[in-house]
Structure formats: C-alpha cells, structure tokens
Design a protein around this ligand. Structure first.
Ligand SMILES: NC(=O)c1ccc[n+]([C@@H]2O[C@H](COP(=O)([O-])OP(=O)(O)OC[C@H]3O[C@@H](n4cnc5c(N)ncnc54)[C@H](OP(=O)(O)O)[C@@H]3O)[C@@H](O)[C@H]2O)c1
Length: 356
C-alpha cells in the first residue's frame, strides 16, 4: 500500500457510478453504516456532473470520471458497466487507490480476488493488481448460506434455479417492468398466446421478452452450447469463492416480475449424509444468514418481505427425498444490497481497516 490515511485521519473513498441502481443503494448504506470515511467523492459520467446526491445527511456534488478524480483516493468502489470498469479500474489502481469493483470485468482474473467477507475475507489481502472483485448478484444472493453449509458438510455439487429481479439489469430493468405493469394493469391480458407481447410492444428493454405477467428463462448474453452469461457467472464465481475449482454446478437463470431481491432454489449435495436438524442449526447461527422456515405457519422468505434487508434469507430446508447427502433450499437476497452494494461496502471496510 503506497498511501496512508488522508488529512482527516480517515481514508478517502470514491464511489464511481454513484447515480446508478447499485450506486444509489451504496449511498444509503454509506449513510447508515459506521462512518469510517473521510471525504467521499461521488463520480459518474459527464452526463451527471454537477448533480447533487444525498450522502451522510448532506448534498454532495457528483464529478465526472477523469484520472484526476482519483487524486488522494484510498479506496475506489466501481459500480459502473463492465467496459467502463475495465478501462478505469486500472487507472484508479495506478493512482494508488485500492479498487473494489462490482462489475464483471475482473471477477475471473486469477490476479484479482473475488471476495465475500463472510466466506473468504482472507482473499482480500492478496490483490496483486490493486483490484478486488465483488461477485455478481445472483451468486451473492446464495453464497453466504452455502459457504456456511460447505464449511461444515463439504460441498460436492450444486443445482440452482434463479428467480431474478429486474433491478439486476439496472435502472433500465426497473423502468421496463414499471412501464409494462402500467400497460397491463386492470386488463384481462395473459389469457391468449402473445396478448401480453402485443400490449407492451416491441421495446422490451433489457429483456428478450415481456417481463410483466411473465417469467423469462434468460439473463445476460449467449455463451457456448446455449448457456447464458449469467449462468456461467454463477458457476465460475461460486467455484472461485468457495475454492472448489472443479465443483459440478448446473444453473438455470430466470427473470421474474419482481423489482428487487433475487430468489433461488438450491439442490446442494455434500460429502456425506446430512440432517435437516444440523443444517438448520448452521443456518440459524451463520453470520449474515436468517433462517425463516416454518411452512406450517406459512413462513418462508419471499422477495416482497426480504427487499431492503441485508441478510441472506433461507427457508424450505429439506433433505433430498432420494439422496441423504443432499439438501433442498429456497434462498432470497436483496440483489442491490448484499447482492451488490453491501458486499462492496463490507470489502471496502475490510480494506479501510488497514489504513492506520
Ligand atoms: N443491479 C444489480 O443487481 C447489480 C448487482 C451486482 C453488480 N452489478 C454491477 O454493478 C454495475 C452497475 O450496475 P447498475 O445496475 O447500478 O447500473 P446502472 O443503474 O445502469 O448505473 C450505471 C452507473 O454507471 C455510470 N456510468 C455509465 N457509463 C459511464 C461512463 N462512461 N463513465 C462514468 N460513469 C458511467 C452511470 O452514470 P450516469 O448516471 O452518469 O450515466 C451510473 O452511475 C454493473 O457492472 C453491474 O453489472 C449490478
């Protein structure tokens, strides 16, 4: 580390992408968490320069992304599209900042640790490029619970289906769902093939199909053999975070008409026999996890209740009917909090603890 704490005695933080879906939640988190930072510099595209955003009870002006914007910055969080992070994170690192990047640009770089503080905090200390990556929101929505179960039982295989919120596709995703909902509300649509599509028109925003009154079995872009980029991310990133490079992982990512909070069904197979009793004990005590599992009383996590909260919520814990070594779980996590901004903030706080 080449720089010490700033004049205030506290490290200077930059939030790049402060105006976006993740950036907006980041500013809320920074206003709520223990205030460990000196200056917090808000950075976005030149389109947003001069805008004022609420932070720690004050209005802070946004500045445009330039090399000079990183002068004196100790930690720089990047909440911007992949190509912007790919170009600018190394610039910030070269100017002495430790970068915590939320994009997909560096996650699988072997020189860049991929960190979830509850699972592999030690990895944040080894960062040869000066960059630490934050996992994607779908992986993050389940990995804290899986990390706790893996530590006890030893994970051998994962089969996952996601039910992903539209805010996973940024502000544009949320705008698309809200617009489509206003077009279908109060109608009898959803009763004949193509009626929803005709009502919402050809512009389906970041999604390949209408998302209102629908589920869409697709997230991201096309990869080899019909897999989506989001599905590959869940596989590759889970392996890297858990330190299990050959873990068999099968994922199907599905978009649902939920604003924020991803849900996942997980079939997890372990080294030996597992019991629901022990699994519940682990989940009930794991940091960052809430076990909410009482189907008799109709109690299980749903996005409508989980949104805006920090933990990974787990319900429907069952042992697989045909395999005593496997568990079935239903997991919910706010994709903008733990799934993005919160995990980044936690990593930045880990790094900040090194600045005396
Ligand atoms: N949404 C999620 O659930 C989620 C979860 C985990 C990770 N991520 C990742 O986090 C990143 C941000 O996602 P988001 O959902 O917050 O996106 P978003 O709502 O579209 O916001 C994008 C942000 O990047 C800024 N930006 C865009 N182009 C720029 C440029 N050329 N120079 C400087 N700033 C620029 C925007 O500034 P302006 O307002 O000035 O355009 C805005 O602040 C992405 O890499 C995404 O993959 C998202």
């Amino acid at each position: 580390m080449t720089v010490g704490a700033g004049r205030t005695g506290r490290p200077t933080l930059a939030v790049v992408g402060a105006t976006g879906a993740v950036g907006t939640v980041m500013l809320q988190i920074l206003s709520q968490h223990a205030d460990i930072w000196g200056e917090i510099r808000l950075i976005a595209s030149p389109r947003s320069a001069g805008r004022k955003l609420a932070l720690r009870g004050e209005q802070v002006e946004v500045v445009a992304l330039t090399e000079e914007a990183f002068d004196g910055v100790h930690v720089a969080m990047f909440d911007v599209p992949d190509e912007v992070a790919a170009q600018w994170a190394p610039v910030a690192a070269a100017r002495g900042a430790v970068v915590v990047d939320n994009s997909g640009a560096f996650r699988m770089d072997p020189q860049v640790p991929l960190v979830v503080p509850e699972v592999n905090p030690h990895a944040a200390r080894v960062r040869p490029r000066g960059i630490i990556a934050n996992p994607n929101c779908t992986t993050l929505s389940m990995i804290v619970a899986l990390g706790a179960l893996h530590a006890e039982f030893g994970l051998r295989e994962l089969v996952v289906s996601s039910y992903q919120a539209v805010s996973g596709a940024g502000r544009a995703g949320v705008e698309t769902l809200r617009q489509q909902l206003s077009m279908v509300a109060g109608t009898e649509l959803g009763t004949s093939p193509g009626d929803v599509r005709r009502a919402v028109g050809d512009n389906t925003g970041p999604f390949p199909e209408p998302v209102a009154l629908n589920v869409v079995p697709w997230a991201g872009s096309l990869r080899e053999d019909g897999w989506s980029s989001e599905e590959m991310k869940v596989r590759d990133e889970s392996r890297k975070i858990l330190g299990l490079p050959r873990l068999p992982v099968a994922v199907t990512c599905v978009r649902v008409p939920v604003v924020t909070t991803h849900s996942l069904t997980v079939h997890a197979r372990f080294e030996g026999e597992v019991t629901v009793h022990k699994a519940r004990e682990i989940l009930a005590t794991a940091p960052g996890v809430v076990l909410f599992d009482n189907p008799e009383a109709g109690e299980f996590p749903t996005p409508a209740d989980v949104v805006g909260t920090d933990p990974t919520w787990v319900g429907r814990v069952r042992r697989a009917l045909d395999d005593p070594t496997a568990l079935e779980l239903f997991v919910c996590g706010d994709n903008l909090r733990k799934g993005a901004a919160l995990n980044t903030a936690q990593i930045a706080e880990l790094v900040a603890a090194d600045f005396g």
